[in-house]
Design a protein around this ligand. Structure first.
Ligand SMILES: Nc1ncnc2c1ncn2[C@@H]1O[C@H](COP(=O)(O)OP(=O)(O)OP(=O)(O)O)[C@@H](O)[C@H]1O
Ligand SMILES: [Mg+2]
Length: 254
């Protein structure tokens, strides 16, 4: 067995009296897409920020690309990239200029070549010399992910990569994420869209009340619930049904 790209054991984090992570255990295999699901406020962003060395945990151990996040943050940072919910692209620059800028900041050799190959990889070659202000949401997001790949990180964290995108733009971003994993990159992504996890992820983990309550393939998660049979037609549970059964239906604000 190859060592996990991300290994989390007993991770805890509180904000004052609010215990958000209460003993998180999770392994992510190299070159796979792992989706992290959870209700609003479950602690997904908190966990990703700890793994990306932006936040200190209170207890437990996390290793990313073989390095301890608490003890070797510089080595972890060299191996990862983090893309947050809001695109970090500069509107005034072209797509190509954005990529070259990041390559220079990260001291990557041959910035122009790196920029060209990433534009091509993300289907942005034609748009590459236009200002980002003219890009659609999906193009910006693809550029954002392309920028996070400058320097070839082995582990990529995507926090809600498609929130706010229309269905077509989401498909474009999905293709980009699939291409990442096909190239051997490990992807841990959070999402509010359960169909996104169904379509993209090799494995799906659900964070609930501070712990990973389930982690498995889509088929394994669906097998948790008995299929309902109606007149000889077997109805497979959707991931949404599994999620709501585990996490509980959202309470309406009174
Ligand atoms: N810096 C902070 N100080 C205090 N409380 C915080 C801080 N950051 C997050 N929290 C709280 O911790 C909990 C987990 O937040 P987090 O952002 O990790 O959740 P999330 O799963 O990413 O939610 P969402 O789906 O809304 O993005 C929430 O109750 C939030 O209010
Ligand atoms: Mg979040």
């Amino acid at each position: 067995m190859t060592a996990p790209a991300i290994e989390i054991r007993g991770l805890e984090k509180s904000y004052g009296d609010l215990a958000v992570l209460r003993g998180v255990d999770l392994d992510v295999a190299p070159g796979t897409v792992h989706a992290l699901l959870g209700s609003n406020g479950a602690g997904k962003t908190t966990l990703i920020r700890i793994l990306a060395t932006l936040l200190r945990d209170d207890a437990g151990v996390a290793r990313v690309a073989g390095h301890h996040v608490a003890g070797e943050p510089a080595l972890v940072r060299e191996a990862i990239s983090l893309t947050g919910q809001f695109a970090a692209v500069d509107e005034v620059l072209t797509g190509r200029e954005n990529l070259v800028l990041v390559a220079r900041l990260r001291h990557v050799g041959a910035p122009a070549t790196v920029a060209s190959s990433l534009l091509e990889r993300f289907g942005l070659t034609e748009a590459g010399d236009r200002r980002v202000a003219t890009y659609s949401g999906g193009m910006r997001r693809r550029l954002d992910i392309a920028m996070s790949l400058v320097g070839e990180p082995s582990v990529v964290f995507l926090d809600e990569p498609t929130t706010g995108l229309d269905p077509q733009a989401r498909l474009e971003v999905w293709d980009a994420i699939r291409a990442l994993a096909a190239g051997g990159t490990t992807v841990l992504l959070t999402t509010q869209y359960l169909d996104e996890a169904e379509k993209l992820a090799d494995r799906i983990a659900i964070l609930h009340e501070g712990r990973i309550v389930i982690d498995g393939t889509l088929a394994e998660l669906k097998a948790l619930m008995p299929p309902a049979t109606v007149e000889y037609v077997e109805k497979q549970p959707t991931l949404e049904e599994v999620f709501l059964a585990l996490v509980g239906a959202r309470k309406e604000p009174s």
